[in-house]
Ligand binder design. Structure first.
Ligand code: FES
Length: 314
């Protein structure tokens, strides 16, 4: 689900804080101190940096309408976004942000198992605060390279035994075999972290009830189908216009070339900004967002069509 997208805002960096040896949090506010658009746990913003737009979960307090807080991992292999934040972004600088947008909303359930890897703790932290305030039954399994690399440990320690901190250098990999061995009715699993962790949790949850697992990726889902992509037809419901999307182009680019510009903050199937309703046809989801069985939406930046034709609500 994609809600709360409010266009682009120019915000000021008002504070930077080190949350671990490799995670820096950034606090943003309106330069005129105006209230910011509201958000719910699981939401993220698009952060505009020189030559990059990156998605970061909101980790602060949703009831604080005057600042947003995000946490940024320093990634040695980064293409520039995270290194810029760590090395150059400073208080007083103005940045453009898009959103907030929520592709990872908190579902109703009896029990919640949260699984975080590294900086994947960020979308889960506001969820945990909300679940705890509502006296819900929840647990967090939190893995990371080492304690020094794991953000927000002091805050999480306040929740006592509900939180299981498992640094790799002390405990090895998270024990998903025992945590997820038995599907549990009315338990939902929320996971965010590196691709290897998300894929492992997805594999372990294959026998769980449909809809029990919720994941959030901030990098593209692995795709190895480039050689098998086929052309398909796009039809715009409002005008009946038809466009052929060749195998080597995205639907987003084909629409853009025809002057139909959709929001496109990531162009990689992770942010949700290009979400478009499908009225007929079967989408082929290559994004990191949609359930593979969903037929009512498509992310035209990377996703395509299983059917010869896809009718869009455009
Ligand atoms: S542009 Fe981000 S999902 Fe399509």
């Amino acid at each position: 689900m994609n809600d709360g997208d409010t266009g682009v805002l120019e915000l000021e960096v008002i504070a930077l804080r080190r949350e671990s040896d490799c995670v820096l949090s950034v606090e943003l506010a309106d330069p005129e101190k105006r209230a910011l658009p509201g958000w719910k746990p699981g939401a993220h913003i698009d952060l505009g940096l020189p030559e990059h737009i990156r998605q970061y979960s909101l980790v602060g307090d949703p009831s604080d309408r005057h600042s947003y807080r995000i946490a940024v991992l320093r990634e040695p292999e980064s293409s520039g976004g995270s290194s810029y934040v760590h090395a150059q972004l400073r208080p007083g600088e103005l940045v453009e942000i898009g959103g907030p947008r929520n592709n990872f909303p908190l579902a109703g359930a009896d029990r919640y198992l949260m699984i975080a890897g590294g900086v994947g703790i960020t979308p889960l932290l506001p969820m945990i605060r909300e679940l705890h305030a509502q006296n819900k039954d929840w647990r967090l399994l939190y893995g990371g390279r080492s304690r020094r690399s794991m953000a927000y440990l002091a805050e999480l320690a306040e929740y006592g035994r509900r939180v299981d901190v498992r640094p790799f250098d002390e405990c090895g990999h998270l024990d998903l075999d025992s945590e997820l061995a038995t599907p549990s009715d009315n338990t939902v699993v929320y996971c965010c972290g590196p691709e290897a962790l998300i894929s492992a949790v997805e594999n372990h949850c294959e026998t769980w009830p449909a809809g029990a697992l919720h994941v959030e990726r901030f990098s593209a889902r692995p795709r190895d189908d480039e050689d098998d992509l086929r052309a398909f037809e796009l039809v715009l419901a409002s005008s009946g216009q038809r466009f052929t999307v060749p195998a080597e182009s995205s639907a987003l680019d084909v629409l853009g070339a025809a002057g139909i510009d959709l929001p496109n903050a990531c162009r990689d199937g992770v942010c949700g900004s290009c979400e478009t309703r499908v009225l007929a046809g079967l989408p082929l989801h290559r994004d990191a967002l949609a359930d593979p069985d969903r037929t009512d939406i498509v992310y035209p930046c990377v996703s395509r069509s299983r059917s010869a034709e896809l009718v869009l609500d455009l």
